[in-house]
Write a protein that binds this ligand. Structure first.
Ligand code: NDP
Ligand code: PMR
Length: 398
């Protein structure tokens, strides 16, 4: 039934879907409200070999920088020395879905050691084994983003390992579309924004110093965004739409006393998630503005495609979980497999051609990456600054 509704719904919109789910013209929002879905697009697959043929800059993993001119002596150049060691990438929420697929894609190159920063140690260990990662390519470390104390503990523990930090991927997220009442983090923040945004905000701020110290040729911090937080797309116009308003709810603590929503409105779990993704994309840009020049770190966000089979939808109703993958595969064409999405995020981690800072990456139907445009709100520099300042207070940095 829901699938039929999807079929009948799509032609009824006056929007036209472009590559990557950006849309133009107006949407009849009322037709969307009755049907809970989300959009992204693309998925035709062409082989990696074919992509390399079409685009010689295409790569699925880091390439050691090569020196084309003959060096004057037998000594390796500083760049060559830098690429001799494995890179270390911390990935939050690497126990399933996109995080796990990215960990696997990086480990498979033999050039990365992945720190799987996860709340469930055993689950992460089992997950790594289930995808065939070998022990020397990863380390599981405990991190619960729904506790600021745990975030601090993770940073301390990481520093004790004395490993360099070359890339941080803020990937973990929770989505509670069916929750009637909000739930809260250890410090009392609404769970979706508390985990997806505030936990990562503190983690990224604390680990920035460690990234700065890395001598790796390309140091990167990546915060996973999404199309559903961008209201310049069809997917982003499926109600409830993301909207941070004037951040009054966040400023008042997001603890349910005044409100548990950033804009101060009534609790809505799906909106809270989309709001948290807007925060993720705004934070990436604010980090870029404040720190890129000074630190040389590349800050990036991305929409990897609609990975309709992941655990993200675990709290959705069974009918949604059944129909969502075929809807995305055959109707929106926004579906992407976990494996393919992992390769995309791995490119943002390590591909030299994706080293530009301040970019929100997306992929088109040929699986080629491009710099995508964020919505008005998700690229609002004033809002990003305000979000930064309010978030700093909430996590105890100001
Ligand atoms: P999954 O549910 O498969 O993965 C989410 C991961 O986050 C899990 O490993 C989960 O751990 C972890 N996590 C949740 N809460 C916490 C916490 N408190 N502390 C530490 N880790 C936590 O979903 P996806 O792989 O789909 O999501 C990954 C990212 O991709 C998210 O940022 C999501 O917003 C984004 N994304 C997903 C899309 C999709 O279509 N699926 C589309 C666009 C973006 P555990 O295994 O213990 O539950
Ligand atoms: Mg969407 C090009 C169209 C497109 C794309 C790319 C997505 C991605 N979705 C699209 C369209 C639609 N969705 C349409 C037309 C509908 C109404 C029928 C629709 C509905 C819908 C729901 C109910 N979609 C959803 C939901 C969810 O619960 C998912 C969500 O919003 O999670 C926050 C979702 C998604 N759609 C996507 C993507 C990527 C999602 C997962 C969102 C995310 O992780 O940000």
């Amino acid at each position: 039934m829901a699938l039929q509704a999807a079929y009948s719904l799509l032609p009824s919109t006056t929007a036209s879907i472009h590559k990557e789910g950006r849309f133009s013209a107006s949407l009849k929002e009322t037709t969307l409200t009755s049907f809970p879905f989300s959009n992204n697009l693309r998925s035709d697959k062409i082989s990696i070999k074919e992509q390399r043929r079409q685009n010689p800059r295409f790569s699925t993993g880091i390439r050691a920088q090569t020196v084309t001119a003959t060096p004057p002596s037998n000594e390796a150049s500083p760049e060559q020395k830098k690429t001799q060691r494995k890179g270390t990438a911390v990935i939050t929420g690497a126990s399933s879905g996109l995080g796990l697929a990215t960990a696997k894609a990086l480990a498979d190159t033999g050039k990365w050691h992945v720190i799987m920063a996860c709340r469930n140690f055993l689950k992460a260990e089992k997950a790594a084994k289930s995808v065939g990662m070998s022990k020397e390519d990863y380390t599981v470390m405990h991190l619960d983003l729904a506790s600021l104390e745990s975030v601090k503990q993770f940073v301390d523990n990481y520093r004790r390992t004395e490993r360099p930090l070359d890339v941080l991927v803020c990937n973990a997220a929770v989505y509670q579309p069916t929750a009637k009442e909000p739930s809260f983090t250890a410090e009392g923040f609404e769970l979706s924004v508390g985990t997806n945004h505030l936990g990562h905000f503190l983690l990224s701020r604390l680990l920035l110093d460690d990234l700065k110290k890395s001598d790796y040729p390309s140091k990167r911090m990546i915060i996973v965004g999404s199309i559903t937080g961008n209201t310049n797309t069809l997917a982003g116009n499926v109600p409830p739409k993301a909207n941070l308003g004037d951040l009054r709810g966040l400023a008042s603590g997001l603890n349910g006393q005044n409100s548990s929503m950033i804009d101060g409105g009534e609790y809505d779990g799906a909106k809270a998630y989309k709001d948290s993704k807007v925060c993720n994309m705004l934070t990436m840009q604010e980090l870029h503005r404040r720190y890129h020049e000074e630190t040389g770190v590349t800050f990036a966000s991305l929409y990897p495609g609609c990975i309709a089979t992941t655990g993200l939808f675990r709290e959705h109703v069974p009918l949604f979980r059944l129909l969502f993958p075929p809807f995305q595969k055959y109707i929106t064409k926004g579906y992407v497999s976990e494996e393919e999405a992992g390769k995309r995020l791995a490119q943002v981690v390590s591909d030299p051609s994706l080293g530009k800072s301040g970019v929100y990456w997306s992929w088109n139907n040929n699986s080629s990456s491009f710099e995508n445009q964020l919505s008005k709100e998700a690229s609002d520099a004033e809002k990003a600054k305000k979000l930064w300042e309010v978030s700093e207070k909430l996590v105890g940095l100001a």
